[in-house]
Design a protein around this ligand. Structure first.
Ligand SMILES: CC(C)(COP(=O)(O)OP(=O)(O)OC[C@H]1O[C@@H](n2cnc3c(N)ncnc32)[C@H](O)[C@@H]1OP(=O)(O)O)[C@@H](O)C(=O)NCCC(=O)NCCS
Length: 182
């Protein structure tokens, strides 16, 4: 995946590229900061992945078993946004990519989320065998929901009280998918 410099709506520049060996600590710092910033994702402060788990995922990219697009702040080298797709090892699910996306608070509203989504969908269209993209978005995450709808994702289902927040309240999830095959 080629590295690309992009100018955001607010004039700041960002570098986009695929995650590479050595990115583990920066990706882990991003995951932690994103988890601390919102209740709208699965990751919680109490269950961060280990650096070994993050490195393992990055190693899987070379074999085509994982995809991760990172947005890097050229000033600090920090990862400030990410779009990733997981691919199931199950044969009957081998046509599916499962999307996760996030942008750190200081970089939201700049168009970065939409850029990551668009670029990652283009990369999935170019990936042999992948024809269906899936995601789950929490009820109430209207900004993310609108971004997915504009990219062509459609609602396929609803999970009731599928997530339990740390305060004991439950959240529903909306299941969305985008067919990118013929
Ligand atoms: C969802 C998320 C990735 C979007 O990233 P972002 O960089 O803010 O996205 P964008 O700037 O491209 O904005 C996306 C859309 O929301 C709109 N938007 C952004 N900020 C807004 C605001 N404060 N008020 C109203 N609309 C806003 C934009 O206009 C854009 O719409 P458009 O496509 O019509 O232009 C980011 O908010 C995030 O990381 N949230 C927490 C994690 C999360 O929810 N991830 C998704 C889990 S399913």
């Amino acid at each position: 995946m080629d590295s690309e410099s992009v100018t955001l709506k607010d004039g700041r520049a960002i570098h986009l590229r695929g995650s590479a060996r050595g990115d583990g600590p920066a990706v882990l710092a991003y995951i932690k900061a994103l988890g601390d910033s919102t209740d709208f994702i699965l990751t919680h402060a109490g269950d961060q992945p280990t650096i070994e788990a993050v490195d393992e995922r990055i190693e899987m990219i070379g074999d085509g078993k994982f995809y991760s697009l990172v947005a890097i702040d050229p000033g600090t080298g920090e990862v400030v946004g990410n779009a990733s797709y997981s691919f199931s090892p199950r044969v009957k699910l081998s046509h599916v990519g499962d999307l996760g996306i996030g942008v750190l608070p200081a970089w939201r509203g700049t168009g970065l989320g939409s850029i990551l989504l668009k670029r990652s969908i283009e990369d999935m269209r170019a990936k042999p065998g992948i024809v269906r993209l899936e995601l789950a978005v929490m009820e109430g995450n209207d900004l993310a929901f609108g971004m997915y709808e504009r990219a062509g994702f459609v609602v396929e289902g609803h999970k009731s009280r599928s997530m339990c927040q740390p305060d004991g309240s439950y959240s529903d999830e909306i299941l969305m998918a985008l067919w990118i095959g013929d």
